[in-house]
Design a protein around this ligand. Sequence first.
Ligand SMILES: Cc1cc2nc3c(=O)[nH]c(=O)nc-3n(C[C@H](O)[C@H](O)[C@H](O)COP(=O)(O)OP(=O)(O)OC[C@H]3O[C@@H](n4cnc5c(N)ncnc54)[C@H](O)[C@@H]3O)c2cc1C
Length: 383
Amino acid sequence: MQTSNLRSVVLVGGGLSSSILAWYFRSTHPLVEITIFDEKSEAELSKKTWSFHRSDIGQEYERIRPLVNFSWPQYEVRFRSYSKIYDSEYSTLKPSHLKKRLEEVGVNFYINCKVQIVDAQTVSHANGVVKADLVIDGRGQSPYSKGTCGYQKFHGLEIQTVSDHKIAVPILMDATVNQIDGYRFFYVLPLSKDRLLVEDTRYSDTTELNVSDYKNEIARYCADVLKIQIKEVTSEETGVLPIPFAPRLAKTFLFPTIGTAGQYCHPVTSYTLADSVRVSKEICQLENINTTSVMDLLNQYRESRAKVNSFYFKLNRLLFLAGKPTERWRIFEHFYAMPASTVARFYAGETTALDKMRILSGKPPVPILDAIRVLRKSEMEFT
Ligand SMILES: Cc1cc2nc3c(=O)[nH]c(=O)nc-3n(C[C@H](O)[C@H](O)[C@H](O)COP(=O)(O)OP(=O)(O)OC[C@H]3O[C@@H](n4cnc5c(N)ncnc54)[C@H](O)[C@@H]3O)c2cc1C
C-alpha cells in the first residue's frame, strides 16, 4: 500500500540501477509517476548483458523474475588444475527487454535525452526543465583517478553458430587460456542451441582495449577451444570497468545517487544487480520517500556494507598490487577451490568472517612479502 506523499520521481540514467528501482516503484507505488531519461539511443543501450547469481538476491528473485531473459541451473569454471560445475542458478537480463517491461507498466522512458540535475527537484534537458518530488542520479560509473583502481576490461561477441554448439551451461571463467594483460579468461553464455555470447576478459592494469585484437582472440577461442564455427556475429559489447582499491567518500554525492555512480556494486566483480535490488527494496519501504530520507537511507546502506566491502577492496589491492600481473590467475584458482557456499556468499557480497579466513589462508597465491606490503597499506592512500 502506498503511504508516502510522493507523486513523481525522475531517474537520471536508464541503466541497470535506475531500471530496477523503477520496477520496484511500479510494484509498490503504482500511483507515482516514474520518468527515466537516458542520453543513449536504443541501440547503444542494448549493448550490455546484465548477469547475476540467483543466490545474490534470495527471495527478491521472484520480484524480478519477469525481467529475466535467460537462466541456467548451473555454471562452470575452468582453471589449469581443475574445472568445477556449480549447482547454482545464473540469470541474465537484456536492457531492451527491461526497458520494454518498464514501458508496459507505465514508466516514461525517454532515450536520446541527456539531462543535467539542477537541484533536488529539477532536471533540465535541451527542450526544457522537468520538476519531480524526487530526483535520483543513476548516471553510471564516473572515472577513478590514476593509481586508485585496476580494470576489468572485456569485449564480447554474440554469435550465431553453424550448428548446435552443445554447450549446456554458462562458463563464467575459462582461465585455461594464455594469460596476457593480467588475469585473463573467457566467459561464455549459451543463449540458445546456436547462439552464444563469448567474451575475452582481462583484469588489467591499463584501460587500453584493441577491439580487433579481442575479436580475433574470440574467433580463435571459438575454433580451438569450443570447436565451433561462427555463422554470424549478431552483436557486440565492450566494457572497461574500474576495480577500485578503496571506497568513495559519501560526501562526494550531492543528490541521491544509486548504482555504480554511488559505488553501490560489488567491488571485485562490478556486478550491480544485487545492490540495486537491495537498495530499491529499501527505498520503496520508506514510510516517507523524499530527498532527505533517500539520502539518509543510501548513507546507512553504505555504512552497513562498509565492513564487508573493505575486505573486497583489500582483495582488489592484493590482486592488482601484489605479485606479477601474469600470475593473477593463481588468486582466482585459489578462490574457486573454496566450498561452493563461500563462492556464493562472495558473489552476493555476504562474505563471512570464516570465508575471509578461508580466502586468505593456505599457500599464498601471491609472494608473501608482497602481500604483507600491500595489506599494510590503508584505504586512505587510495581514496
Ligand atoms: C558491456 C558490459 C557488460 C556488463 N555486464 C554486467 C553483468 O553481466 N552483470 C553486472 O552486474 N554488471 C555488468 N556490467 C557492469 C555494469 O556497468 C553495471 O552492472 C551496470 O550497468 C551498472 O548500472 P548503473 O545503473 O550504475 O549504470 P549504467 O547501467 O551504466 O547506466 C547509467 C546510464 O546513465 C546514462 N547517462 C549518463 N549520464 C547521463 C545524462 N547526463 N543524462 C542521461 N543519461 C545519462 C548512460 O547512458 C547509462 O545508460 C557490465 C558492463 C558493461 C559495460
